[in-house]
Design a protein around this ligand. Structure first.
Ligand SMILES: Nc1ncnc2c1ncn2[C@@H]1O[C@H](COP(=O)(O)OP(=O)(O)OP(=O)(O)O)[C@@H](O)[C@H]1O
Length: 626
């Protein structure tokens, strides 16, 4: 038996491996299975160009065995094995990868891949092992070897009579400690779940004895325990299958299997890209809003695989915030992984993939809107808000991308419409896109400010979501048409004659309006005669950038800075109340004050704004009555 020391650097590296490279101990199994799969792949790739090697897929597999009494876990493979030199080179020197050397030696074609590249994965077994024993026999070799190490000082190598070509790695598990239960790596359920999680799409069967309760043959009521070898992994990832061979049910089953949601997916995309970066992906648009979507617990991201091996559960960088509802997986052979295979070295490839995914999701939603309106509206009901946030966020950086995905309720169509549809329907003389804000469609419907716009025959978009107006303000224009709130002070919809008449009236009633403004003080910027009101007595309009609806939303925010709309009280001079005001102005100053205050409070109520002093208002109303 030969006793060999690890090199000094290797010793330090080994210590690092065991203590700090990996965040989770369970990945040692992923690493050993990946090595076993690489070892089988090596025979397969060699067989492609070497006629003396035959490769019958059924002969190749990986087997996991747990021995509870001995506390050992064994990973066996029927792969290429190692010669004595390879054992020393690859397992005696840390950070030396036989797999990387193989890749350089055998020219690999597109689509042919080997997982190993760093030469460290094997040593992750020392995170859970006191001792690791490797039995191996190389292809075309008559001799086998036994390699053994405690992962501290060094290792031993000796000849060993191994019957078959391949490798068998036996892990002697560490004793349980307070904070670590190593026994769980002997449990069937745990092993199965680790294999499913990380190695489900390894191309060769991963076999294991599984014990299940089966109904007895002669008595269905009773069960017997049956232990039989089962293949744990799915092997061929659904995303590598041909789209034509897959049904909607297959995609739905994968969604359920992956626990992407309790709902059914509303829609899916199956992407295969072979450009600057190669990747395959299956993405889902869920049907329902996840219950924690708008809470801090919600984490966006896609499952990320490198060559069928899970790297990250939720890679957030693959999805922009406005599409954070998308669930699914991405598999790429072009990722630059770091040594632990847990994080990515640099994000160039991830950025390229993310850009591609964003474009594909956007196009998918756009074609859903065009071709399956009902489905899109279902999507929009659940996630439309997120699209609106997307328009508003990052100072509107994504607004152009997202504007055609927006829908709003229309006054004339009485259903959701897109901005494109609105603009296409606009009468020739209409310059702006009009919108009105409020708590509900019903409430907006009754807003006095909508009267004139509707009379003109113009469509109004109803904004009931808090984010609506913020998003639209960010958008400013659509198809060169500016958005205009029907409550804004400068609607400018009157014809010349009406404007002239309004000027005349304003001059005539100057004193009354000035008096009313003085009564209200700085609650309003101005009191003026309205040109937009038809049947209602009063309304409030807003000047400047902050609308009344925005004031309401901003007031609810925890860090509100008391931002208020610049309000103007508009009076309908065609309404009988105006006659009452004129006569009060001539004879009874107190009455003007009384009426002005009531009218101002009425306007607040119509807007859904709180009345500043309800007691004073009710007293004022009583004064009018008696
Ligand atoms: N089951 C096996 N059969 C044959 N060779 C193996 C086996 N396990 C490991 N090896 C050899 O040992 C080398 C080192 O393995 P190790 O897991 O440390 O690194 P790797 O797989 O090359 O790279 P990575 O750190 O990226 O996993 C491999 O490159 C391979 O040549």
């Amino acid at each position: 038996m030969e006793q060999k020391q690890f090199q000094a650097e290797s010793k330090r590296l080994l210590e690092m491996m065991v203590h700090s490279i990996y965040s989770q101990k369970e990945i040692f199994l992923r690493e050993l299975i990946s090595n076993a799969s690489d070892a089988i792949d090596k025979i397969y790739y060699k067989a492609l160009t070497d006629d003396s090697i035959s490769f019958n897929k059924d002969d190749y597999y990986i087997r996991i065995e747990a021995d509870k009494e001995e506390r050992t876990l064994t990973v066996k493979d029927t792969g290429i094995g190692m010669t004595k030199e390879e054992l020393e080179d690859n397992l005696g020197t840390i950070a030396k990868s036989g797999s990387l050397a193989f890749k350089n030696e055998v020219e690999m074609k597109d689509g042919q891949e080997i997982i190993g590249q760093f030469g460290v994965g094997f040593y992750s077994s020392f995170m859970v092992a006191d001792k690791v024993t490797v039995f191996t026999r190389a292809l075309h070799s008559e001799e086998g070897y036994k390699w053994q190490s405690d992962g501290e000082e060094g290792y031993t190598i000796e000849s060993y009579n191994k019957e078959d070509v391949g490798t068998e790695i036996i892990i002697q598990l560490k004793e349980n400690a307070d904070e670590e239960n190593y026994d769980e790596y002997l449990e069937e359920y745990k092993l199965k779940s680790i294999i499913k999680k990380y190695s489900d799409f390894i191309r060769y069967p991963i076999k294991m004895d599984v014990t299940e309760q089966h109904p007895q043959e002669d008595n269905e009521e009773e069960t017997v325990e049956v232990t039989e070898e089962q293949t744990i992994n799915s092997m061929v990832p659904i995303w590598r299958k041909n789209k034509q061979e897959l049904s909607d049910e297959d995609y739905e089953a994968f969604y359920q299997e992956k626990h992407f949601g309790f709902d059914k997916p509303l829609s899916h995309l199956h992407i295969s890209v072979d450009g600057m970066v190669r990747f395959q992906s299956i993405l889902y648009i869920p049907e329902q809003l996840p219950f924690n979507y708008y809470s801090q617990d919600f984490e966006k991201g896609l499952e990320l695989y490198s060559n069928g091996v899970l790297i990250m559960d939720k890679c957030a960088d693959l999805l922009p915030d406005h599409f954070s509802f998308v669930r699914g997986i991405v598999d790429s052979e072009d990722l630059s992984l770091n040594i632990s295979r847990e994080i990515l070295q640099q994000d160039r490839q991830v950025n390229l993939i993310a850009k591609n995914i964003e474009k594909k999701v956007k196009n998918h939603l756009q074609s859903m809107l065009k071709n399956d309106r009902e489905k899109y509206e279902k999507f929009y009901e659940a996630f439309g808000r997120q699209i609106k946030f997307g328009v508003y966020n990052d100072f509107g950086a994504n607004k152009e991308k997202l504007q055609d995905l927006l829908l709003f309720y229309s006054s004339s169509e009485e259903k959701l419409v897109s901005l494109k549809e609105y603009v296409e329907r606009m009468p020739e003389d209409q310059e702006h896109i009009y919108y009105a804000t409020g708590e509900s469609h019903d409430r907006i419907e009754k807003l006095p400010q909508t009267e004139m716009v509707k009379d003109k025959g113009y469509e109004i978009l109803y904004f009931t979501d808090e984010v609506d107006e913020f998003a639209i303000k960010m958008l400013v224009k659509y198809d060169d048409k500016e958005f205009k709130n029907v409550s804004s002070g400068d609607l400018d919809l009157e014809d010349e004659e009406t404007k002239k008449e309004a000027e005349k009236q304003k001059e005539e009633h100057k004193d009354l309006l000035t008096e009313m403004k003085e009564i209200l003080g700085n609650k309003v910027k101005d009191v003026k005669l309205s040109t937009r009101l038809k049947s209602h007595p009063v309304c409030l309009s807003a000047e400047g950038d902050v609308s009344i609806e925005m004031e309401k939303v901003l007031k609810q925010m925890p860090d509100n800075q008391n931002i208020e709309a610049t309000k103007v009280l508009e009076i309908n001079n065609k309404h009988d109340i105006f006659k009452a005001l004129i006569s009060a102005h001539e004879s009874d100053k107190d009455k003007v004050k009384l009426y002005t205050n009531i009218l101002y409070n009425q306007a607040l109520l119509i807007e859904g704004l709180p009345v500043e002093d309800p007691v004073a208002l009710t007293n004022d109303m009583c004064k009018v009555m008696v």
